[in-house]
Design a protein around this ligand. Structure first.
Ligand code: PGA
Length: 250
């Protein structure tokens, strides 16, 4: 089954011209067997969406709002994202949770996305890994709360992006090692199966946090994940091309 690589550009690059160049480069070098999802800033979305038709990358938005329309200054609905060509939506990224987004907000976003046939990429992850296992309860709570209104029928459409917050970003020391990731994916799978039954096994789990060319293949293989969510390294076309190639070999 093909692995998925989600490029989260966050609030980058600075211009549309750079965004187009980045998308074109990622696309030109994308190996077979890897599904590529680009998540550009919303302002660049329409231009890249026009370019993505008939090309082999898909587009996702970095955030959506749960309401369909109304007096919500600055927000974008799932319907708008869908009309603009979004097939994926990142929901509950830790950088948004840090700005105040709660599990309840995230659960509404997940539902809004599903209603528009957009695949939610639900981000979960602990802020720190303690030795007493409190982080396990934290992950359980995040998953259960963020998926509280999702039915068994729809849950298999969701992608869970496990991103330990301490591993995210240029300043982070390193990614989670593959063995520990594997143990965590087993736990996430168990939480899903406990909540949704056997269909929980069909939910895709990807990893994000300090993914780089040097660790991409090991993370996918050893962590037994369905793909990666790549932040800062997705803005460097040389590194990102290497990551895509490493994932294709995994
Ligand atoms: P990073 O970010 O790859 O820069 O660690 C991942 C993310 O925030 O999704």
């Amino acid at each position: 089954m093909s692995k998925i690589v989600v490029a989260n550009w966050k609030m980058n690059p600075g211009t549309l011209a750079e965004a187009k160049k980045l998308a074109a480069l990622s696309l030109r070098t994308k190996p077979k067997g890897v599904k590529l999802v680009l998540c550009p800033p919303t302002l660049f979305f329409m231009s890249l969406s026009a370019n993505s038709r008939n090309k082999n990358y898909q587009l996702g938005v970095q955030n959506i709002f749960h309401e369909t329309s109304g007096a919500y200054t600055g927000e974008i609905s799932a319907k708008m994202a869908s009309v603009a060509g979004a097939q994926f939506a990142i929901c509950g990224h830790s950088e948004r949770r840090r700005l105040g987004e709660t599990d309840i907000d995230v659960s509404k976003k997940v539902l809004a996305a599903l209603k528009e046939k957009i695949i939610p990429i639900l981000c979960i992850g602990e802020a720190e890994r303690d030795t007493h296992g409190a982080y396990l309860d934290f992950l359980k709570g995040q998953i259960r709360n963020s998926l509280s209104s999702v039915s068994k029928n729809l849950v298999k459409k969701i992608i869970i992006a496990y991103e330990p917050v301490w591993a995210i970003g240029k300043e982070a020391k390193d990614a989670l090692n593959a063995d520990t990731l594997h143990q965590t994916t087993i736990l996430i799978r168990k939480i899903l199966v406990d909540r949704f039954g056997t269909v929980g096994r069909e939910v895709k789990i990807i990893y994000g946090g300090s993914v780089a060319p040097e660790n991409a293949r090991e993370i996918v293989q050893g962590g037994e994940v369905d793909g990666l969510l790549v932040g800062h390294q997705s803005l460097n076309s040389v590194s990102f091309t290497k990551i895509l190639r490493e994932v294709a070999k995994a």
